[in-house]
Design a protein around this ligand. Structure first.
Ligand code: TXD
Length: 319
């Protein structure tokens, strides 16, 4: 069987980390695409030279030509500009919308059968725009945010309860912005509801609220600390989990920005929900029962995504 081909559009901080993780896991051959000349080629060479030490067989190449992503099985998109301190994800809208147009056309012309994972911010709007520009079916274009946001939530809960992160199953719904909805009612420590665990451990409810708040602002906290650029290790490993679910037909249930056509009372938008990822891409969206408060919070998040889409439509008349 021929090796799979993973195309990474954007060879910056996340792109480079994705290339390393994909090669190390021998998911397939890796093509790093970027508009910056020399940089993807340089990173590809550097990463190739990890092979003999780490013992992986993967051909890693860098390119500035979309023709080189032809036939890719998975495309992961990080192309664009990341947040700078003080900048909201939405400030990125204008710049990154133009980037999505170029990337969408590159995918349409070279690998229309690929499973496409968008990471570029503002995520829920960019994944929608990328789908529109590429013309791929909705089940083959998905946004990565929920896996990362849930991992942040899980990390903070594990620290609070002093338990292994392996036993924490935490869950975030909604858009990838400050309005995201960490759902405590579906988060457990190996099946023990977080609220019960808090009672057992003597953790105040207000402390759980602080953890929810820290999760919502988790990206900004890292942006502030780094001083230049945004998180890249955990975003990359999150997208790799999604790509593996597709390539291995794993049917994993992962929170991701999936296209909704009625579920959660949302129609025609990409919003973070639990979705099944297998060989057909997004094979289904799971609609869970939410409390009134969670429903209201989700609605706020959905409204924020809607506003971004309207702004996109104002910026590009083809949308
Ligand atoms: O959860 C999530 N979805 C996210 C999203 C978590 C963290 C960061 N998130 C967003 O990912 C972030 O706000 C950015 O929009 C992307 C990529 O972040 P990264 O840290 O990798 O940014 P870099 O290092 O600036 O890399 C972006 C690369 C850079 O090399 C540019 O030259 C390139 O994108 N770029 C392009 N490549 C191809 N085509 C075009 N048009 C283009 N424009 C810029």
């Amino acid at each position: 069987m021929a090796r799979k081909k993973i195309a990474l559009i954007g060879a910056g901080m996340i792109g480079g980390t994705l290339a390393h993780l994909a090669a190390k896991a021998e998911m397939g051959d890796v093509v790093l695409f970027d508009i910056a000349e020399g940089m993807p080629q340089g990173k590809a060479l550097d990463l190739s030279q990890c092979g003999p030490i780490e013992g992986f067989d993967a051909k890693i190449t860098g390119t500035n030509d979309y023709a080189d992503i032809a036939g890719a099985d998975v495309v992961i998109v990080t192309a664009g500009v990341p947040r700078k301190p003080g900048m909201s994800r939405d400030d990125l809208l204008g710049i990154n919308l133009k980037v999505m147009k170029a990337v969408g056309e590159g995918i349409k012309n070279n690998c229309p059968d690929a499973f496409v994972i968008c990471i570029t911010n503002p995520l829920d709007a960019m994944v929608w725009a990328l789908r529109e520009f590429s013309g791929l079916p909705h089940n083959k274009v998905v946004g990565m945010a929920g896996v990362l946001d849930s991992a942040r939530f899980a990390t903070f809960l594990a620290w609070e309860f002093d338990t292994s992160v392996k036993d924490v199953n935490a869950f975030v719904l909604g858009g990838h912005g400050d309005t995201m909805v960490p759902v405590l009612s579906y988060s457990t420590i190996n099946g023990i509801p977080v609220k019960d665990m808090a009672k057992i451990k003597g953790v105040e409810e207000s402390r759980l609220d602080e953890i929810v708040d820290r999760t919502r602002k988790g990206g900004g906290e890292i942006v502030g600390l780094l001083g230049n650029g945004s998180a890249y290790y955990a975003p990359a490993t999150s997208a790799i989990a999604m790509a593996k679910a597709y390539l291995g037909d794993q049917k994993r249930v992962l929170p991701c920005a999936a296209y909704l056509e009625g579920k959660y009372d949302v129609d025609g938008l990409y919003v973070g929900v639990p979705a099944v990822i297998g060989a057909d891409g997004i094979e289904g969206v799971i609609e869970i029962d939410l409390s009134d408060e969670e429903k209201n919070n989700l609605q706020v998040s959905v409204d924020a995504v809607k506003e971004l889409l309207e702004a996109c439509k104002g910026l590009d008349s083809s949308l």
